[in-house]
Design a binder for this molecule. Structure first.
Ligand code: SAM
Length: 352
């Protein structure tokens, strides 16, 4: 028994308890707009902040206590004023776009909401179906919209050789697992001569996607409500993209084959999947590995199993992604560096 090791672990566990708690409170700070409100206000009392944010002072004061204890905000005990340091602003406010980690903290609350189902699933080996995740589509849409807004048109599309020119002149692109369709909407607006198809089996996600397309008067967009494993289109698209939409499929290999078949002969597929190594040992030093395996257990793996699938898991990793693409028939695999998005790996490949 190494007493020092036990002591260090005790300290790690207390940190973990604090971090998990703080994540929930930061999610609340994001959803109530408290972080956005605090930014630029300088030093405020709990009453001033509550008044500005139109929230209840007692709750705001307790939230500020948690934020102070967690090192998120500064506190002056004499004046009883709190301040969001300017260095923290972009990491916790909507103005930070894809850097806003307070938005990402909502993941912890979402996963916690299905804990009972996941505990049952540990006993039965069954999965947890999508419909148990209340608010999944709106959470996902918010998470990925920030990334798409900052990188899709300026970095991701230009990284696909010839795509900007082809889409400007008129091409067809499908986004598989499009969710609430933000990527499709951005593309449709930027490339009016091209046609875009969003594919998903979430009625909720597609309803939002259609509503946004209608509001923006986009006439070059359609949405297909179909299970990607049953997608039966032949030589239809010049480009297919999938953003975080393969690993949680029930039948990922069938879906990749369907994507392959749906492309025209010289078609291109951009496969975007969570960045990870395929072996646990190689992920041990990755800063967000525990987070990634938790999302996997409590969502990505379990929704796949719920659909009768193999439960690839979030961290199936770059080697297995490449193997799966090649098995589906794709060639010329090429990783693409998309700097603003460090959480995902981007692989381009050709049909032939
Ligand atoms: C993790 S979300 C990613 C959504 C979107 N691409 C984004 O980045 O915001 C995965 C999406 O794949 C969809 N999906 C999962 N399995 C599917 C299937 N078998 N057929 C069609 N869509 C599916 C889900 O409904 C969900 O919208």
């Amino acid at each position: 028994m190494d007493k020092e090791r036990a002591k260090a672990f005790m300290s790690t566990m207390v940190d973990t308890l604090n971090s998990g708690s703080l994540a929930l409170m930061m999610s609340i700070g994001h959803r109530t707009g408290l972080f956005d409100q605090m930014a630029g206000m300088g030093e405020v009392t709990s009453s001033e902040l509550a008044h500005a944010a139109q929230l209840d002072e007692r709750y705001v004061r307790e939230w500020l206590a948690a934020m102070t204890s967690g090192g998120v905000v500064d506190y002056d005990a004499t004046s009883e004023r709190f301040e969001l340091p300017v260095e923290h602003e972009r990491l916790v406010t909507r103005a930070g776009g894809p850097l806003n980690l307070a938005s990402t903290m909502q993941t912890i609350a979402l996963l916690a909401s299905v804990e009972d189902d996941v505990v049952d699933a540990f006993r039965t080996g069954a999965g947890v179906p999508y419909d148990r995740y209340r608010g999944f589509q709106s959470w996902m849409a918010e998470e990925s919209a920030a990334r798409f807004d900052s990188a899709l048109l300026d970095v991701i599309i230009p990284a696909i050789p010839g795509a900007t020119e082809a889409l400007t002149n008129g091409a067809t692109l499908a986004d598989l697992g499009c969710g609430s369709g933000h990527a499709i909407a951005l593309l449709a607006r930027a490339f009016p001569k091209s046609t875009f198809v969003g594919i998903d089996f979430s009625t909720e996600g597609l309803a939002t996607a259609q509503q946004h397309a209608d509001e923006a008067c986009l006439t070059n967009v359609t949405f297909l409500n179909v299970d990607a494993a049953a997608l039966d289109l032949v030589e239809t698209f010049d480009y297919v993209t999938s953003f975080d939409a393969i690993h949680d499929q029930a039948q990922p290999h069938t879906v990749l084959e369907n994507i392959h078949r749906s492309l025209v002969d010289d078609g291109t597929y951009l496969c975007v999947e969570p960045k990870a190594h395929s072996a646990l040992i190689d992920n041990m030093e990755e800063p967000a590995a525990a987070y990634q395996y938790t999302i996997s257990t409590m969502h990505c793996m379990s929704v796949s199993i719920a659909g009768g699938g193999e439960g690839l898991g979030t961290a199936w990793g770059s080697n297995r992604i490449a193997e799966a693409l090649e098995t589906a028939g794709f060639v010329d695999l090429a990783p693409v560096e998309v700097r603003p998005d460090r959480a995902n790996s981007y692989v381009l490949c050709k049909k032939r």
